[in-house]
Write a protein that binds this ligand. Structure first.
Ligand SMILES: [Zn+2]
Ligand SMILES: [Zn+2]
Length: 130
C-alpha cells in the first residue's frame, strides 16, 4: 500500500535515527542492507506518525522477541495457547487505557513482562505454580 510507505518515510524523517540506540540509517544499511525499520508501538494499530517509531533492525528484533516471550508466559498462566492475533488483542487492550481493560489482565501482563525481563516482582505472596 502506497500510503503506508509514505507514513513510514515520514516517521523515518522525523526520528532520523533508531529511537532506542541511536543507530543511523547509514549504519543500519551497512549492517543489514535495509533502511531503519518503522515499528508500530501498539501492535496491529494503523500506521500513523503518532503510532510509529523508528528502530534499527536489532532493536526491532528485540522488541518483538520480548513480546513473543510475554505471549508464551501469558499462555502458560492462562493454560491456553494464545494465537498471535489473540495476544495482540490483549496487548492492544492493555496498552489502551481508554478501553477499560480489566485490571486483572493488565496486572497479569505486567507480571509476565517483569518475570520475563528477569525482574523481581513485589508480589511475593504464594502464587500457584500452575
Ligand atoms: Zn537500535
Ligand atoms: Zn515492529
Amino acid at each position: 500500500m502506497k500510503e503506508i510507505e509514505e507514513i513510514k518515510n515520514s516517521v523515518r524523517n522525523r526520528d532520523v535515527v533508531c529511537t532506542k540506540c541511536g543507530m543511523t540509517n547509514e549504519e543500519n544499511i551497512k549492517r543489514t542492507k535495509k533502511r531503519l525499520h518503522v515499528h508500530r508501538i501498539r501492535p496491529g494499530s494503523k500506521y500513523g506518525l503518532e503510532e510509529c517509531v523508528t528502530l534499527c533492525a536489532y532493536c526491532h528484533y528485540e522488541e518483538h522477541k520480548v513480546r513473543v516471550k510475554v505471549q508464551d508466559a501469558l499462555s502458560k498462566i492462562l493454560h491456553v495457547r494464545l494465537s498471535a492475533s489473540q495476544f495482540e488483542e490483549i496487548e492492544r487492550a492493555a496498552t489502551d487505557r481508554d478501553e477499560g481493560m480489566s485490571e486483572w489482565v493488565r496486572n497479569t501482563l505486567l507480571y509476565c513482562a517483569k518475570e520475563e525481563a528477569g525482574l523481581k516482582t513485589d508480589d511475593s505472596s504464594a502464587r500457584g505454580t500452575g
